[in-house]
Design a binder for this molecule. Structure first.
Ligand SMILES: [Zn+2]
Length: 326
């Protein structure tokens, strides 16, 4: 078992409620299916929302003609012209219809058919439709039900792993954030701060409240998680003059350090590098990828973090011969 991760339920609020039913693997599994459905929306829309936000912010920056002339040494007349043109783009972006996690309602990308509530049901909706849009019969990606099923199984697994206690819900939140991050990184090779940073702070807060690992392990875990990958990044950049990973990876490992404690960092990095190397060699040998191609590291870090969570801290350290770290 995980002594450091399991705390007496009496330290949580609502300790008197009988959690054995509400947090059983079946109930959490169904909750996981629903959260997985929400994660599909986050994975699909958050990168687009951020792209729109950045364009809007960049436009606002470029309308500062005085700064353009002063900092970039652009002639004032050119800077004024640029500012005026960009201002027009900024206004157009502002006039776009709202796009966030709630609106517009989910539609078929092929025919625009708006999904009815029963077509939107996690897993069941996709199965009943036979994986095809109800209106135009265009195939709906298998990825949606797979992420829903994966999240459902992950939540049920947490109930089985940690038992029916309130802290299990915290770990459900942690796992849901990791799934979203892994998929967004696969799609866009980018880990949004909007998920990594709240995840980091939530991990530190949960530790400070006595719900997860001891606070010293969480704080050192967060700092060491960030600094370790940051150092590897700069070393690699100095030696190879190339960027091996991104700042999002540092923040992700910092968040995992905050949730799981510093002793888990080395196992996570070892596991994710080993699996990353095997997959990388496979892609080069059998898929014709080049050595230079950037493979997102986030999904491997997430894989390492989830392994640490489900296998267990002490068990994993023992397996890797690092038992003195526990
Ligand atoms: Zn359709």
């Amino acid at each position: 078992m995980l002594p450091a991760l399991i705390h007496p339920p009496s330290t949580m609020p609502l300790a008197s409620i009988d959690w054995s039913i509400w947090l059983s693997p079946w109930v959490l599994g169904i909750l996981g299916l629903c959260i997985g459905s929400f994660l599909n929306v986050v994975i699909h829309r958050l990168p687009q929302m951020l792209e729109r936000q950045w364009l809007h912010e960049s436009a606002a920056q470029l309308t500062d003609a005085a700064a353009m002339a002063r900092v970039a040494q652009v002639p004032q007349a050119d800077a004024d012209k640029l500012a005026k043109a960009v201002d027009d783009y900024g206004t157009r972006i502002e006039a776009l219809p709202p796009f966030d996690l709630v609106q517009p309602r989910s539609r078929c990308p092929h025919c625009g058919h708006q999904l009815r509530w029963h077509e939107n049901l996690p897993l069941v909706g996709w199965l009943r439709l036979g994986g095809k849009c109800a209106a135009c019969k265009a195939p709906i990606s298998k990825r949606y039900p797979i992420i829903e099923l994966l999240t459902g199984l992950a939540f049920a697994g947490l109930s089985w792993r940690f038992g029916a206690q309130p802290t299990t819900l915290l770990w459900c939140g942690f796992v849901a954030a990791l799934i979203a991050l892994a998929m967004i990184d696969l799609d866009t090779q980018f880990l949004p701060d909007d998920i990594t940073l709240p995840l980091l702070w939530a991990g530190l807060a949960a530790s400070a409240l006595g719900w997860t690992v001891p606070l010293d392990k969480a704080v050192i875990g967060a700092a060491a998680g960030y600094v370790s990958l940051w150092s590897i990044y700069w070393l690699y950049k100095l030696v190879r003059n190339r960027e091996g990973m991104g700042y999002g990876d540092f923040k992700l490992l910092a968040a995992m350090g905050a949730w799981l404690g510093w002793p888990m960092l080395l196992p996570i990095v070892l596991l994710s590098s080993a699996v990353g190397a095997v997959v990388g060699v496979f892609l080069i040998l059998f898929r014709g990828h080049k050595w230079e191609i950037h493979i997102p590291f986030g999904p491997y870090l997430v894989g390492g973090g989830l392994t640490a969570l489900y296998v267990g801290q002490r068990e994993l350290l023992d397996l890797l011969g690092l038992f003195q770290l526990g």
